[in-house]
Design a protein around this ligand. Structure first.
Ligand code: CA
Length: 320
């Protein structure tokens, strides 16, 4: 039986492929997609999400959420990585459907509170909507089987040396979510530099199936990702020609955590550091882990992915 899930996103390039994976997966039943300010402004995120959903061959309602961070907006978005429109300028038809009238926070609270069984929640953008939903109705925590987040880094960040974009963009919101007691799985940047990537040959198999709308779009996203990475002069960390969309790995982890290597840690979010604002502080002490914060729930952290199994999951889902 497919698991019911809500996905919260800030649709840039990697959100787009992540949404296509979730929507095509027989393991997940996506009840709605909520949009948050992040990679680009909320209006663009909503527009991108509507257009991407229509390329999935599925119809799922899309909701607009927070227009800014809770306290202080980060002084930059991620348009360097995703292009000024958030989707690398890839031409896509205008959406036939429009955004729902209900606010994303109301949709999230209503859906979780009405759920008969605990549900899944996936966030692949800044955690503003998630934090607002928790503040509006704290009882949703009891309705969540597992929250899977693309967030943070163990060894390093991306937007800043120690801060990953989703946490950097709204550290106060991230802190509210990380401080909550619901079961959580964090997909940080680290596995993207290990097995969490798709080989050039994997991408070619997807591009060869371009008669499927979602494979066609995913292929274009991989192409434009290569162009943008090249333009930024970024170093290839994994093998030549590989792509490692962070949000795609997060959705794959939500679908099948058994193909991931997972370790459990207490995690705190730095909201005011001089150089570390937005850092996920992971307690990896060898001899006294957790001692200072007894009772604080540990977060399941994906530290690596089995590359072959990850690629098979994506290929099997999209080519089915
Ligand atoms: Ca994202």
């Amino acid at each position: 039986m497919a698991r019911n899930v809500i996905i919260d996103c800030d649709t840039g390039l990697d959100d787009a492929v992540a949404l296509l994976l979730a929507l095509r997966s027989s393991e997940l039943n996506v009840l709605g997609i909520t949009c948050v300010n992040g990679n680009v402004g909320l209006d663009k995120v909503v527009y991108n999400t509507l257009r991407v959903v229509e390329q999935s061959g599925k119809q799922v309602p899309v909701y607009a959420g927070a227009t800014s961070a809770l306290m202080v907006d980060a002084d930059e978005n991620a348009s360097k990585v995703h292009g000024s429109d958030g989707l690398g300028g890839i031409p896509l038809p205008a959406p036939k459907h429009s955004v729902e009238n209900e606010h994303a926070i109301d949709f999230i609270v209503r859906t979780f509170m009405e759920a008969k069984e605990p549900m899944d929640w996936i966030t692949i953008g800044p955690l503003t909507n998630a934090a607002l939903a928790l503040r509006k109705e704290p009882r949703i925590e009891e309705k969540i089987r597992l929250l899977t987040m693309m967030a943070g880094g163990l060894d390093s960040g991306n937007t800043r040396p120690m801060a990953e974009f989703n946490v950097f963009a709204d550290p106060d919101a991230a802190r509210i979510v990380f401080d909550s007691a619901m079961p959580k799985m964090m997909v940080p940047l680290d596995p993207l530099f290990l097995g969490g990537y798709l080989k050039w040959s994997d991408q070619q198999k997807i591009k060869a199936a371009s008669d499927k709308l979602w494979c066609n779009l995913a292929g274009k996203i991989f192409d434009v990702t290569h162009e943008l990475v090249h333009k930024m002069g970024r170093k290839q960390v994994t093998e030549e020609g590989a792509v490692s969309p962070p949000d795609l790995l997060a959705v794959a982890a939500a679908i099948d955590p058994s193909i991931m290597e997972i370790e459990n840690y207490q995690i705190h979010v730095e909201t005011r550091g001089e150089f570390t604002r937005g850092m996920t502080v992971v307690d990896r002490r060898k001899y006294q882990r957790g001692e200072a914060y007894p009772g604080r729930k540990e977060v399941a952290v994906v530290i690596d992915a089995d590359q072959q199994k990850y690629a098979s999951l994506v290929l099997n889902t999209w080519l089915a």
